[in-house]
Ligand binder design. Structure first.
Ligand SMILES: [Zn+2]
Length: 124
């Protein structure tokens, strides 16, 4: 892994808000560096507090550390997607993985992220 990139004081990014079946709303913020690479992930549960949001915070910090040290975003998505919780499969971690995918698609294609999300939801 390459050394961790220095974080500039300000970065642009996307905050994706998704409703889950059972885990409430999940806000995933993904920052993008000047080269257009995904740099950080922040995960916020609609309802703050509790072990769930603490664990999500830890996962986001680890993912961000990895992304800034050369981790391929595709590998981050692979690690996060398909993790179910006590509420079922289409829940918290799945939505985080999806949100990163949406940002990668908009960065790659230049398409509006909301259109990408709408298409995804229609084809679900
Ligand atoms: Zn959950």
């Amino acid at each position: 892994m390459s050394p961790k990139a220095v974080r500039p004081q300000a970065m642009r990014g996307f905050t994706v808000c998704r409703a889950t079946s059972g885990c409430g709303k999940i806000f995933t913020t993904i920052t993008v560096d000047d080269a257009g690479k995904i740099s950080e992930v922040f995960i916020r549960f609609g309802k703050a507090g509790g072990c769930g949001s603490a664990i999500a915070d830890g996962i986001a910090r680890l993912a961000s550390y990895g992304l800034r040290s050369g981790l391929d975003p595709d590998d981050a998505i692979k690690a996060l997607e398909g993790i179910g919780c006590h509420q079922g499969n289409n829940t918290c971690m799945t939505v985080v993985a999806e949100s990163i995918t949406f940002v990668m698609q908009t960065l790659k294609t230049g398409r509006d992220i909301n259109e990408i999300i709408e298409d995804h939801d229609i084809n679900k």
